[in-house]
Design a protein around this ligand. Structure first.
Ligand SMILES: [Zn+2]
Length: 183
């Protein structure tokens, strides 16, 4: 298998079809992570988008790989995530088209023309949803933990920490965790 074909297959597995080797500099992105990526791995060259020369540039596909890696950390297609589908009501979980995902949900910050290129490379008719959409998010776990902690503090400990020995250096949070949480 040729290198080009293997590369295209890898890109397809990530969720985009591009084959775009044009060179782009960081000035077309406002997103700090993408700017950082270009300044970290870019090579000196001429940007095909603004014609600036002797600037750090990467291939457009390299940026796409970073964007898709980021998307794939949190989102998948409804098919990948086995989201049930009903012909009357559609998917049983919230889904986004690529434009919504890139512009509103993730909020990739770049020149408008670049955003449109990104959407086109991914495919404007693709659908996306959260990974494991029925599974609680980390923020939901943290919120539930915080509520449980407040409940213990109010109703079980009642803000009275008489069991703390004078001069004890034990942190109050650790004490509560030891008594009520960690079995
Ligand atoms: Zn440029």
């Amino acid at each position: 298998m040729g290198i080009t074909k293997r590369l295209l297959e890898e890109q397809e597995a990530l969720g985009f079809k591009s084959g775009d080797h044009s060179l782009i500099c960081a000035s077309h992105f406002q997103d700090y992570a993408l700017k950082g990526f270009i300044s970290r791995v870019g090579k000196l060259g001429t940007c095909d988008y603004c014609s600036d020369s002797e600037v750090q540039v990467v291939e457009f596909d390299q940026v796409m790989e970073v964007i898709m890696d980021g998307i794939r950390c949190h989102y998948g297609t409804p098919e990948d995530e086995s989201v049930p589908y009903n012909s009357e009501f559609g998917y049983w979980s919230k889904t986004y088209d690529t434009e919504d995902l890139i512009k509103d949900v993730i909020g990739v910050q770049a020149d408008d023309a670049i955003i449109e290129k990104v959407i086109k490379a991914i495919g404007s008719d693709s659908s996306w949803c959260l990974q494991n959409p029925e599974y609680p998010r980390q923020s939901e776990f943290m919120s539930a933990d915080w509520k449980a902690f407040c409940k213990i503090l109010k109703h079980q400990v009642r803000y009275v920490f008489i069991s703390i020995q004078r001069g004890s250096r034990m942190n109050i949070v650790k004490l509560i965790l030891r008594q009520f949480w960690i079995r």
